[in-house]
Structure formats: C-alpha cells, structure tokens
Design a protein around this ligand. Structure first.
Ligand code: URA
Length: 446
C-alpha cells in the first residue's frame, strides 16, 4: 500500500517536535521536487525545523532525499576506477575567498582528481564561478562527458551547477531565502551536502568559515555547523573532514573577480610573494583533501607534497591546462595581463592615522565590491568582473598616515571614491597591536 503525502501532517509533527521517519521525509522531498508541496508548506516545514531541529537520522534522511531528487553523477560510469581519489572542497563563503582557484590545481598536481562544482556569489560573498568568468572564453558549463574528460586528462575541472543536481534544494533554498529560515543547521547541512553528494564524490573537505565576513559569525555556530556536516556526510557514506577558518578579514589581498584571478596567477607563479594566510589555508585544505582521498596517509606528508606542488610550479601548469581545456585560451599564466580585464581607474585609499590595522568589517568591504558592480544582490543580476579592490591591508599591518590601506579599481573616480569611503570606514586603526587569530582554528574529523 502506498502511503499518501499529506504535507500538513508532516509539518504538524515537526512543529510539535516529533521525529519524522525516513519514508515520510522522502515523500515530502518528492513533493517539493514535483510541485505537490506548495511554497507555503515548504516555508512552514522550514520554520518548524528551524524551531524544533532534527535528529541526526532525520538530517541524514533529508540530505539523502534531496541528493536523490535529481541526477547523481556516477564517476565509474564515466570511466573512472571505483575508489578513485575523487575529492572536492566546499567553502561556506566569504570575502576574497579565491582558494578554490589555486587549491584544485594543487591537489590535482599531487594525484587527486577534483571535479569542482561551484556557485555564484550572492550578497557580500564572492563566487568561484564569477571569478572564472573574468577569463574571456572560459566555459563553466561543459557537458558532463567533457567535464569528466577534463578531470581525467588535467586532474581538475571547475564548473557551475550542472544538469539537475539536487533540484529539491533549489526550490527549498529559494523559499528559505525569503522566509527567514536559512539559519538552521540541519537545513544548511542538507542544502550544502545534497549538492555535494550529488556530485558523486568519494570524499569531501569543508571549509567552514566564521567571523564578520562569514555566513556564521561566531566560532561556536560555525563549529556546530561543521560538526553536523561531518556527521551527516560520514553517515551518508562520504568521508568528510571540516576545517574551521577565520573570516574576520578579507582573505588575501584582493576582492573582486578579475583581480582575484590575477592574485591566483601570482600566487601560483610566485608563491614566495603570496599572502601568508592564503597560503596557509590553501595548503591545509589541500593536505586534508589528499588524506581524505587516500592519496597520502598522513597530514604532514600531504602538507609537504602540496607545498612542493605549489613551489615547483606543477600546480601553476595544471591551472593553465585547466583554463585552456575550458576555453580560456593557452598560456594564461603569461598572457593574463592582456586577457583579464581590470577596470582602468585606480584609486588609493589612504590611512588617516598611525598605528596598527586592528579590525575589519569584512562584510562591509564585500558590500563595497558589490556596490561597485562586482557582486550581486539578486541571483539573476549581471556583474562587472573588472572592478574590485587590490593591495588590501591585513590585520596587524603597521599603518601610517597617508600610506595605502587598499586600492580601488573602478570605471570612474566617483564610484571609486564611494567604495574608498566605505572601505576606509570598515577598517579600524589602533595604537595597540591586535590579538592575531590563526587562519585555521580547528579540524573536525569524522
Ligand atoms: N549555502 C547553501 O548552499 N545552502 C544553505 O542553506 C546555506 C548556504
């Protein structure tokens, strides 16, 4: 006998704090996918979960039902060995977070296989897909066969959300976004993991960020999310580790799209000159990806291998090959100055007084990039890849009156000055050297 879907009953039980069965969750998610559950019912269910929470088993059932709401990539069917080191990283997002761009080639240079499905930026945080689209010709939507071929031949490929991966999440998230129900740990977990697990990975590393530029502002909230994601992903059969990382300042020295591509190329070709926090978090994530995928047994060895791949130029070579394979042209490492367009006006933001860079309102800096046109507040909006911020100072830097805190790249002086005022107002200078936070504060293992 088929048990009918009665959405209001599921909602009522969740509202009252009952545990709902796997079968009932699956029915509800099928109803989200095929439209039998109305937006109002999705919204009520989300609010019930927001207040009542979910048990680990319910969370895992929701994640798996959402994963199975669309295509699930089968890498063995695409010609990969069962158990191949197919691994990805997902970041909860922030400002200046260009880590994926250099990380995928580093891991590929060490023997990992990285089919990375990335998203666009929304609100103050940037998106990997937008950054790659700053490279003229780069095709973020190859066919699944071409995606697999690039991963096989180059070692990594970074593309946008493809086909019908987790369509239930697309609808569920859109409703949560407008009903104040995004901030629920079981719902965030199911949303992120349904998409990642639909990509058919053999292992996953999460970069869960905390701080004033992150989705989770406190370390405690981020830890709770990281622990839940690790628990659910491992229960679902995808070995996963999470790193808790600091997002109380811009990551690296740039924020924008084209400017972040240029920072990535400089990072890969001249790692000695790269921002230390960016190097540290990238190498830490690479090391855990190599361990989780079984390429290396120990974190120390994996760290050394990833560092060598960065320093000996093999990761840079893979980045170049990946860009070429995706239509961005040959020799991007040596030709980017003429290809990747950066807005013509450069405006220096000068420091008002002496001291140390003490704190940053990272979100406000991200919003300054959005206001320049480099980000979006509506998922369908077009963005200007060429604008952004460069030479951004870091917390703990010595500051002197008149010295640059950052530079704005814009199309005209008027918009540059508006961005400059916003960035200047977001950075505090103090006589005291601030307490420095480590970039990676904790590792949550399954
Ligand atoms: N990112 C997602 O993909 N889903 C959420 O629910 C929150 C952040």
């Amino acid at each position: 006998m088929t048990i009918p879907l009665i959405p209001q009953e599921t909602i009522r039980r969740k509202r009252d704090g009952d545990t709902i069965s796997q079968a009932e969750i699956e029915r509800f998610v099928r109803g989200i996918t095929d439209g039998r559950v109305a937006d109002s019912q999705i919204s009520a269910f989300a609010m019930a979960v927001y207040f009542s929470g979910m048990s680990p088993d319910e969370g895992a059932a929701l994640t798996l039902a959402m994963r199975d709401s669309g295509d699930v990539i089968d890498w063995t069917g695409l010609g990969f060995e069962p158990g191949a080191p197919i691994v990805d990283k997902h970041s909860t997002g922030g400002v200046g977070d260009k880590v994926s761009l250099m990380l995928a080639p580093i891991v590929a240079a060490c023997g990992g296989l990285v089919p990375m499905i990335s998203g666009r930026g929304l609100g103050h945080s940037g998106g990997t897909l937008d950054k790659f689209e700053a490279i003229p010709g780069y095709d973020p939507f190859p066919s699944i066969d071409r995606f697999a071929e690039i991963v096989k031949t180059v070692g990594c490929s970074i593309i946008g959300q493809t086909g019908e991966l987790a369509p239930a999440d697309k609808r569920f998230y859109a409703v949560r976004d407008v009903t104040a129900t995004v901030e629920s740990i079981p719902l965030i977990t199911a949303s992120i993991l349904s998409k990642k697990l639909a990509a058919g990975l053999n292992s996953l590393v999460m970069d869960v960020k905390y701080g004033n530029g992150a989705f989770m502002s406190t370390h405690g909230q981020a830890k709770e999310l990281a622990e839940n994601i690790v628990r659910v992903a491992n229960t679902a059969g995808t070995p996963t580790t999470a790193l808790l990382t600091d997002m109380n300042q811009v990551l690296g020295r740039t924020a924008g799209n084209a400017v972040e591509v240029v920072e990535t190329i400089e990072f890969l070709t001249d790692p000695a000159g790269a921002d230390k926090r960016l190097v540290d978090v990238t190498i830490a994530l690479a090391a855990y990806m190599l361990v989780m995928s079984g390429v290396e047994q120990a974190v120390e060895l994996a760290t050394a291998k990833a560092t060598a791949a960065l320093e000996n130029g093999s990761a840079a070579e893979i980045f170049e090959k990946m860009v070429a394979a995706q239509g961005g042209g040959n020799n991007i490492l040596s030709t980017h100055q003429s290809k990747v367009v950066i807005a013509p006006v450069e405006y220096v933001i000068e420091c008002a007084g002496d001291g140390y860079v003490n704190s940053m309102d990272t979100r406000a800096i991200g919003m300054a990039v959005v206001a320049l046109g480099g980000g979006r507040t509506d998922p369908t909006a077009k963005i200007d890849h060429s604008v952004g911020l460069t030479h951004i100072c870091q917390i703990g830097d010595r500051a002197t009156a008149g010295a640059p805190l950052a530079r704005v790249r814009a199309h005209d002086e008027a918009s540059a000055k508006i961005a400059a005022a916003a960035v200047k107002g977001a950075i505090t200078i103090d006589n005291e050297m601030p307490v420095m936070r480590p970039i990676v504060s904790e590792i949550i293992e399954g």
